[in-house]
Design a protein around this ligand. Structure first.
Ligand SMILES: Cc1cc2nc3c(=O)[nH]c(=O)nc-3n(C[C@H](O)[C@H](O)[C@H](O)COP(=O)(O)OP(=O)(O)OC[C@H]3O[C@@H](n4cnc5c(N)ncnc54)[C@H](O)[C@@H]3O)c2cc1C
Length: 211
């Protein structure tokens, strides 16, 4: 997101831009996987906060359908396409959060997709109170071991501070500039943070480049 935002902004200002992408796909940590024949978001899928968020504006200008939730609620559609009643969702979600924590603990230690699938089925069966069928297929995201991601998104661990984001954003010699969600302390860990950091660096390049 940050790289493409920077590229687009620079092009809009008449610069010639070359984007180098390390992976065989574009999108980075915004990735809708279609391997199973239907779309699954492996990374970001939620516009975090709508007021003043530039992504809300983009969604408004595109044909993307947007549904509003808050951090405490989710919308769930059943296989028949019917909206599941809020009370049912809430009950299942509370249990899911407990069990997802348990799954996260085991997932770190497991390296085979099959074993993770077995644990997931066991947890879902516990959560739903009945044995769920074995999955016909599955995909496992591995952002932490992905060399082009190095983890899902940045956070502030013990011993770090928000100023570390500024350090990561600092240019080197007016020649080497850095964008990305981990360079913007106000909105780190988000797509709109990545987007805004790309615009920031494009504008810095514009200021630095004599015309
Ligand atoms: C599971 C998950 C869920 C998330 N959910 C949300 C959400 O709901 N809402 C939200 O706002 N945010 C969410 N995020 C965070 C959001 O996805 C990221 O903050 C944002 O996409 C990061 O954008 P970026 O441009 O900084 O980095 P990236 O999207 O990682 O882009 C970096 C690009 O550089 C490429 N690259 C890396 N190294 C090299 C190299 N050496 N050479 C060439 N190319 C290279 C990468 O392949 C990639 O295309 C989520 C992330 C994950 C993983």
């Amino acid at each position: 997101m940050s790289g493409l935002a920077a590229a687009r902004e620079l092009r809009a200002h008449g610069c010639t831009v070359t984007v180098l992408e390390g992976r065989k796909r574009t999108g980075g940590r915004v990735w809708t996987n279609h391997d199973l024949g239907f779309p699954i978001d492996m990374g970001a899928n939620w516009i975090q906060g709508t007021d003043g968020n530039p992504l809300t504006q983009s969604a408004d200008h595109s044909s993307v359908q947007v549904h509003q939730t808050d951090t405490e609620s989710v919308r769930l559609w059943g296989p028949d396409g019917e909206l599941v009643p809020d009370d049912d969702v809430e009950e299942a979600f509370e249990e899911f959060e407990d069990l997802a924590g348990a799954l996260e603990e085991v997932a770190y230690e497991l390296d085979s997709d099959e074993t993770i699938a077995e644990h997931t089925v066991a947890i879902l069966s516990r959560m739903l109170g009945e044995q769920v069928p074995d999955p016909v297929d599955g995909i496992v995201s591995r952002w932490a071991s992905d060399p082009f991601a190095g983890g899902s998104y940045s956070f502030i661990p013990v011993g770090a501070s928000p100023s570390d984001f500024d350090a990561l954003a600092a240019p080197v010699g007016e020649r080497l500039l850095f964008a990305g969600e981990a360079t913007i302390k106000e909105y780190y860990a988000t797509v709109h943070g990545a987007y805004l950091s790309g615009l920031r660096e494009a504008r810095r390049i514009n200021r630095l480049t004599p015309r």
